[in-house]
Design a protein around this ligand. Structure first.
Ligand code: IPM
Ligand code: MG
Length: 369
């Protein structure tokens, strides 16, 4: 059988640095576990803009549609701040999500024991935390029409964005959340603002419909998203799976990420409908951004990107055991006290570089076989 195919899009800022470490991990699985991938690489974001004048070339889009999974680093940077909105680096990422129809964005927030002290919250609030945010990724205010900045013809301007959700868009992401919950703690909490938004009322009704008709065995609760944000920092362990819309999911997942100590730790999977192979359309990326302030200094933490590859092993390639092997290797390295700069507190020793973190994870992988 042909090897599964991966398209790597390192992107901007620290993207290429962290992705280099992922490439070494991919090679390790090829050499030591017989899991070989055919890997190709291309440009996205500012890097694509510099070469093609657009943040995602059509040819790259075609490749992304054709491979078994896409791995992305990060997009954006101050150099591109003044670009027209339509060619900003972020548009490349949004185009991938939209055209691949990656409607379910899985953002796990797990607190590794070795980092429980590192969170800005008290240790007993975060120790052992394991929650999953399922963010709707292809609709809502990110894509709704009308949108734009308009003249009001009285010398002023107004900006418009539209929150729009259809029944089917809500039902399909709700199903993804219920399916995940069945394999975890069997609880889903749905978050919206049904107290002020019609789209929130529809969201609540449709999630409830899916629950009543298809997933009565799973426990469902509802929360207003502002309360959800408060509960996430008050007692995050009350949650198992959270399902929410695109914008609330963007905000709540950054908040959840920080519970675990560092944004540099959090992976994500964006999944769409099954392809002919039975595998879902899929893109894997760290939750963190391009971190221009530390770009090129070898300081970036590659763990979020490496754990995103672990998610690819699990969700695209049915290699749950190998994904666990990789996650355990990361856990071991953290338990051994290996720390990139983002994982240091005052008084800690010297941080390791991006590559040294990669070295440590490869050594921990070696020790598993
Ligand atoms: C994320 C990011 C993106 C988003 C940006 C880079 C467009 O913040 O993936 O959370 O807002 O979705
Ligand atoms: Mg975000």
């Amino acid at each position: 059988m042909a090897n599964p195919t991966l398209l790597i899009l390192p992107g901007d800022g620290i993207g290429p640095e962290v992705m280099s470490e992922v490439t070494r991990v991919i090679d390790w699985f090829g050499a030591k576990r017989g899991l070989k991938f055919d890997v190709s690489e291309d440009l996205v974001g500012g890097a694509a803009y510099d070469t093609h004048g657009v943040p995602l070339a059509d040819a790259t889009m075609d490749k992304a549609q054709a491979v078994d999974a896409v791995l992305l680093g990060a997009v954006g940077g101050p150099k591109y701040d003044d670009l027209d909105f339509s060619v900003k680096p972020e548009r490349g990422l949004l185009r991938l999500r939209k055209e691949m129809d990656l409607f379910a964005n899985l953002r796990p927030a797990q607190c590794f024991d070795a980092l429980a002290d590192f969170s800005s919250l008290k240790k007993d609030v975060v120790a052992g935390l394991d929650i999953m945010i399922v963010r709707e990724l292809t609709s809502g205010v990110y894509f709704g029409e009308p949108r734009g900045i308009f003249d009001d013809n009285e010398g002023g301007r107004f900006g418009v964005n539209t929150q729009r959700y259809t029944t089917e868009e809500i039902r399909r992401v709700a199903r993804a959340a219920f399916e995940l919950a069945r394999r975890r703690g069997n609880k889903v909490c749905s978050m919206e603002k049904a107290n002020v938004m019609e789209s929130g009322i529809l969201w609540r009704e449709e999630v409830t419909w899916v629950h009543e008709n298809e997933y009565q065995d799973v426990e469902l609760s509802h929360m207003y998203a502002d309360n959800g944000a408060m509960q996430l920092v008050r007692w995050p362990k009350q949650f198992d799976v959270i399902v929410t819309d695109n914008l609330f999911g963007d905000v709540l997942s950054d908040c959840a990420a920080m519970l675990t100590g560092s944004l540099g730790m959090l992976p994500s999977a964006s999944l769409g409908a099954p392809m002919e192979s039975g595998r879902p359309k899929a893109l894997y990326e760290p939750v963190h951004g391009s971190a221009p302030d530390i770009t090129g200094q070898g300081k970036a933490n590659p763990i979020a990107c490496i754990l995103s590859f672990a998610m690819a092993l699990r969700y695209s390639f049915d290699q749950g055991d190998e994904a666990t092997r990789l996650e355990k290797a990361v856990e071991q390295v953290l338990a051994d006290g290996v720390r990139t700069a983002d994982l240091m507190q005052k008084g800690d020793g010297k941080p390791v570089s991006t590559t040294q973190m990669g070295d440590a994870i490869l050594a921990a992988l070696d020790a598993t076989i």
